[in-house]
Design a protein around this ligand. Structure first.
Ligand code: GLU
Length: 289
């Protein structure tokens, strides 16, 4: 089976260093394995969407020399597929309507199925939850190693359709990874503990399970979110070769300095080594002046 990778940004702002790292790593994995690299805009959360940011992200990828091998997929064009999926799960008894407000959930926010039986106090609310079981879900991440989670105790029945009718991220992501025939997912490790939810949905919907590679997340020296001087500026403020150099450096690839963009990319494709990526959930993004 040939390799298909993807970069799937949400249009909630400019391309920042954290997403650049995911873009560069997913691109290099695909290029060095003679595969395809696809781009998907995850625009299914209108309140968080920043107008113009999808276009800005796509033009930034172009400026940085990363060209997708196919049309960009916008999730907002795929709403029928997500609806069909939650209907399938509802019909199979693997999902249920839930009108519980946040304040009705226990303090830890874990929904332990208390309205699974249809005793929903507010049936007009169209939130749909996936019904989880108490099996341990295990997988081996290519970077972070073994990971396991018991959804019933650690996550609870999770939302797959939000009350206002939009699909939740977990549902849309598994439907589209299957639709685009993605064989490996390279993304930030902030999504590592979301992966078991996605594996459970893949199993319930009979979708193939891709491989996973979770990258370290760029943080400030104290482990906090990046501040301005630590690479939190939009990547568009940096020269293209400088931005790619910083991403390669962060990914442990030891790139040579001062190469122009095209040569830096050919160096990166020739030397890409996933085993050099630090196996850490977070990693300080040291500012290089
Ligand atoms: N859209 C998500 C984000 O921008 C990434 C989703 C994924 O890679 O699975 O954080």
């Amino acid at each position: 089976m040939s390799y298909v990778g993807r970069f799937a940004p949400s249009p909630s702002g400019d391309l920042h260093f954290g997403s650049l790292v995911a873009a560069v790593a997913s691109y290099l994995q695909a290029k060095t394995l003679n595969g395809k690299w696809l781009v998907r805009i995850e625009d299914i959360d209108p309140p968080r969407e920043v107008p113009g940011s999808a276009v800005a992200i796509l033009s930034e990828l172009k400026r940085l020399g990363m060209k997708p091998d196919g049309d960009v997929l916008f999730q907002s064009s795929r709403l029928d597929s997500y609806r069909r999926a939650w209907e399938t799960l509802l019909n199979a008894g693997q999902a249920f309507f839930c009108g519980c407000s946040r304040s009705m959930l226990p303090k830890d926010g874990i929904h332990r199925g208390h309205c699974r039986d249809g005793s929903d106090p507010c049936p007009s609310v169209k939130r749909v939850r996936f019904l989880v079981d108490n099996r341990t879900i295990r997988f081996k991440d290519r970077i972070m190693g073994r990971f396991e989670q018991v959804l019933s105790t650690q996550v609870g029945d999770f939302v797959i359709r939000r009350p206002e009718g939009w699909p939740a991220y977990h549902l849309a992501v598994v439907i589209d990874d299957a639709y685009q025939e993605i064989t490996e997912i390279v993304r930030g490790s902030d999504l590592l503990d979301s992966t078991p939810r996605q594996l459970a949905l893949q199993r319930a919907l009979g979708l193939p399970q891709p491989e996973y590679c979770h990258l370290p997340i760029a943080v400030g020296p104290d482990g906090s979110k990046l501040s301005k001087r630590e690479r939190s500026d939009p990547v568009s403020a940096l020269p293209a070769a400088g931005a790619i150099w910083e991403a390669l450096d962060f990914l442990g690839q030891c790139p040579p300095e001062q190469l122009p963009l095209e040569q830096l990319w050919s160096w990166a494709i020739d030397h890409w080594d996933i085993s050099r990526i630090p196996q850490r959930a977070t990693l300080p993004a040291i500012h290089i002046p």
